[in-house]
Design a protein around this ligand. Structure first.
Ligand SMILES: NC(=O)c1ccc[n+]([C@@H]2O[C@H](COP(=O)([O-])OP(=O)(O)OC[C@H]3O[C@@H](n4cnc5c(N)ncnc54)[C@H](OP(=O)(O)O)[C@@H]3O)[C@@H](O)[C@H]2O)c1
Length: 300
């Protein structure tokens, strides 16, 4: 099969497609003919040598496609099913990928929209689970308009929470459609949030990593009511929990998203697509910040 790979660290030109042996599913796993695979910021961090040091490296840990082989003991999927999920090998940007955790693609979603979901919805759900967001909570989401943030807003609203979200002015109308009350980020954030919630908020989630943890701690009444998925240094400095998923992943998000989407209670993500063969261009676009929505590579 063809798969994306790099053999040295560097700029996007180190990326290319190579021929690799076809993978096969182990017990409980399925193999898919990949139709679309998500691209994340960690992809260019890996390519630059800022994460794993071994070479060569494949890329991609989320994908959507059609099951073409099932491993021993699999009862929730059959050959021909449209599924999306996580590729534990980190080699989903390829013609074939093995998925360990997966769920049926919601009927109204195409492959590209489905491939954009696993990482962002798992991260958002995990953060809300760890914070304990429930009916009646007032939650502040910093960075509410991006892939993870907009998922967190929608899951929190679905749980019956009141959500205040920070975003750039161009995304305030979008946040309202998701059920959040928008505020601008930047200087004066605390005052703007207190205009909406004079007593502060119950819980705060930092998705943007924009250096506002002290503000969030103040608004939420203590570091124990705040969680970040994007600010490792700030978390250490201010005693805030940093969640990276090594303490358990909220994979139940994959099964729960289908009914929400089909009920019109979760807006599928906006995606920007590139053919797999143009992976270097996809990285350039992603690193420059000139893409709208989530980057997805199309396969086949
Ligand atoms: N720890 C984990 O398990 C985990 C997993 C996945 C992702 N992440 C991290 O989560 C973060 C978000 O990922 P993503 O995919 O959601 O990114 P994204 O889709 O690119 O969204 C980023 C958002 O940040 C907003 N933003 C920019 N500057 C801001 C500021 N100063 N204050 C508040 N918001 C600001 C932007 O809002 P506007 O466009 O409205 O300006 C944008 O929508 C990344 O740092 C990623 O590495 C962590």
């Amino acid at each position: 099969m063809k798969a994306a790979r790099f053999s040295s660290f560097g700029d996007p030109d180190v990326l290319g497609l190579v021929e690799l042996p076809d993978p096969h599913p182990g017990p409980g796993e399925v193999r898919i003919a990949v139709r679309a695979a998500g691209v994340n910021a960690s992809d260019w961090k890996k390519r630059r040598g800022l994460m794993d040091q071994e070479l060569p490296q494949t890329l991609g840990y989320e994908a959507a496609g059609v099951v073409d082989e099932v491993g021993e003991g699999v009862t929730d999927a059959a050959v021909g099913d449209r599924v999306f999920g996580f590729c534990p090998d980190g080699a989903a940007q390829a013609e074939l990928a093995v998925l360990a955790v997966r769920a049926p693609i919601p009927p109204s979603l195409g492959f590209a929209a489905a491939a954009a979901l696993p990482s962002s919805i798992e991260t958002a759900m995990r953060a809300l689970d760890q914070l304990g967001v429930a009916r009646g909570s007032t939650v502040l989401v910093n960075g509410a308009s991006g892939s993870v943030g907009s998922a967190a807003v929608q899951f929190a609203v679905a749980r019956g929470a009141r959500v205040i979200g920070t975003a750039g002015p161009a995304n305030h109308a979008f946040l309202r459609t998701l059920g959040a009350e928008p505020v601008a980020y930047g200087d004066g954030l605390v005052g703007r949030v207190r205009e909406l919630a004079p007593d502060g908020v119950d819980l705060a989630l930092d998705v943007a990593g924009s250096g506002v943890l002290p503000d969030l701690v103040g608004l939420a009444g203590g570091a124990g009511h705040v969680l970040t998925v994007a600010d490792v240094a700030g978390a250490r400095e201010y005693g805030v929990r940093f969640s990276r998923g090594d303490d358990g992943r909220a994979v139940h998000a994959l099964a729960e998203i289908g009914p929400l989407i089909e009920a019109g209670r979760f807006a599928p993500p906006v995606v920007s697509t590139f053919p797999l063969a143009e992976i270097a261009e996809a990285h350039r676009a992603g690193e420059s910040g000139r893409v709208r929505g989530k980057l997805v590579l199309l396969v086949g």
